[in-house]
Design a protein around this ligand. Structure first.
Ligand SMILES: NC(=O)c1ccc[n+]([C@@H]2O[C@H](COP(=O)([O-])OP(=O)(O)OC[C@H]3O[C@@H](n4cnc5c(N)ncnc54)[C@H](OP(=O)(O)O)[C@@H]3O)[C@@H](O)[C@H]2O)c1
Length: 323
C-alpha cells in the first residue's frame, strides 16, 4: 500500500481507503462479513475509513468503532458526516443553513458520532451535503471550529453533492475546510475542471468517492440487473440510467488491460490523479477488499490508456432519480 498526504493535515493516508455505506445501508449486508473485510483492509495497509451517521442510523459508525478498538497499535483515520437536519440528499439551492446544518444540530450529531464509535475524537467531520451559498453564514464553521477546539474532531470537511463539483469550489477557496469529498471516476472527471485546481492551491485533502459509479465501473451490471425491493439501487439504476450505464461500461471493456479487471482499471484511473489523497471504494466482500487494495501497488495507468479513458468522460446533471 502506498500513502499520500491528506492535504494540510499532513496525515499519511492510504491511497485506497474504505467506503462504509454499503455495510449498513445496502441490502445483503452482514456484520460478520463486514468486520472481516474491514480487518483484512487494515492488515493490507488501509488506514482511512469513511462512514456517516446516515449509514444505518449510526450502525456503520459502530462497526468503525469496533475496528479501531480491535487495532490499538494502528493509526486508523476515521471520517464521518453530520446528516442534514432535513434529511434531504442532495441539497437544493433553496435550502438554507438552518434547514440543514444549524449549529445545535451539528453539535448534536458530532456527539452522536462520538457515542456510536465510542471514540473520544473523530479525525474528519464532514457536512453530508453542501451549498456554497452557506458560506455567507459563519455559524456552521464557528461550530465546527469549536468542536475542533474541544478536541472532539481534528479536521473539517464537506461532501459535495452528486454531479455538482462546482458547488464546493468557493468553500475550498475560502480556506475554511481541510478536505472535500467528491465523486471522481472514469465517467465523472469534471472535478478536474475547477475543484481539484482549487484544492491544490489551498492544500485541501481530496476524498474520491463512488469510484465504481455505484457498480457500473465494475463491469458487472447488465440490462437485467435487479436488486432486492428495499435496495436503494433500484431507485438509482432506473431504466434510463441502467441502459446508458451498461452501454458506457461496455464501451470501456476493450480498454481493460489483459489479465486485469474493469474495477482495477477504474481505481488505477483515479490513482493517476496526484491531487487525490485517498479513494474510498465501497466493499463488503473480502475478495473485493483484496483486489482493490492491490491496485495501489500496481499504481497509475500508463499515459496512453489514461488518454483513452479521458475520452469516456460523461458529464451529468442531477435528475429526479440521481440522489
Ligand atoms: N454523499 C456522500 O457523502 C456519499 C454518497 C455516496 C457514497 N459515499 C461514500 O463513498 C463510498 C463509495 O461509494 P459506494 O459504496 O456508494 O459505491 P462504489 O464504491 O462506486 O461501488 C460499490 C460497489 O462496488 C462493489 N465492488 C467493490 N469492489 C469491487 C471489485 N473489485 N469488483 C467488483 N465489484 C466491486 C461493491 O460490492 P460489495 O459491497 O458487495 O463488496 C459495491 O456493490 C461509500 O461507501 C461512502 O463511504 C458518500
Amino acid at each position: 500500500m502506498q500513502y499520500r498526504n491528506f492535504g494540510r493535515t499532513g496525515w499519511p493516508v492510504s491511497e485506497i481507503g474504505y467506503g462504509m455505506w454499503g455495510m449498513a445501508g445496502w441490502s445483503g449486508s452482514d456484520d460478520d462479513q463486514s468486520l472481516r473485510s474491514l480487518q483484512m483492509a487494515v492488515d493490507l495497509g488501509c488506514n482511512f475509513f469513511d462512514t456517516a451517521w446516515a449509514y444505518g442510523n449510526g450502525h456503520s459508525e459502530q462497526l468503525l468503532g469496533r475496528l479501531v478498538k480491535a487495532n490499538p497499535d494502528k493509526r486508523l483515520y476515521t471520517a464521518s458526516k453530520v446528516p442534514p437536519r432535513n434529511r434531504q440528499w442532495p441539497s437544493q439551492r433553496t435550502f438554507t443553513l438552518d434547514d440543514c446544518f444549524p449549529p445545535d444540530h451539528v453539535r448534536e450529531y458530532v456527539t452522536r458520532s462520538l457515542a456510536n464509535t465510542g471514540l473520544e475524537c473523530i479525525d474528519v467531520m464532514q457536512l453530508h451535503t453542501w451549498e456554497d451559498t452557506w458560506l455567507q453564514d459563519d455559524r456552521w464553521i464557528e461550530e465546527l471550529i469549536e468542536q475542533k477546539n474541544q478536541g472532539r474532531i481534528r479536521a473539517i470537511g464537506i461532501s459535495v453533492n452528486r454531479w455538482e463539483p462546482w458547488n464546493g469550489v468557493e468553500a475550498v477557496r475560502s480556506g475554511l475546510v481541510d478536505c472535500v469529498q467528491v465523486i471522481y471516476n472514469v465517467f465523472d472527471q469534471n472535478p478536474q475542471d475547477l475543484l481539484f485546481p482549487a484544492c491544490r492551491e489551498h492544500n485541501v485533502g481530496i476524498i474520491a468517492r463512488v469510484p465504481f459509479d455505484e457498480g457500473t465501473l465494475t463491469g458487472n451490471l447488465t440490462l437485467d440487473s435487479t436488486w432486492p425491493e428495499d435496495d436503494w439501487r433500484n431507485s438509482y439504476f432506473v431504466e434510463e440510467n441502467l441502459k446508458s450505464s451498461v452501454a458506457r461500461a461496455e464501451g470501456l471493456r476493450p480498454l481493460v488491460p489483459a489479465g486485469s479487471t474493469m474495477a482495477a482499471m477504474a481505481l488505477r484511473f483515479i490513482l493517476s490523479e496526484p491531487a487525490v489523497s485517498t479513494i474510498i471504494p465501497g466493499m463488503r466482500k473480502a475478495r473485493h477488499v483484496e483486489s482493490n487494495m492491490a491496485t495501489s501497488d500496481a499504481g497509475p495507468l500508463n499515459p496512453s490508456l489514461l488518454q483513452s479513458l479521458q475520452a469516456h468522460r460523461w458529464d451529468r446533471t442531477p435528475t429526479c432519480w440521481s440522489q
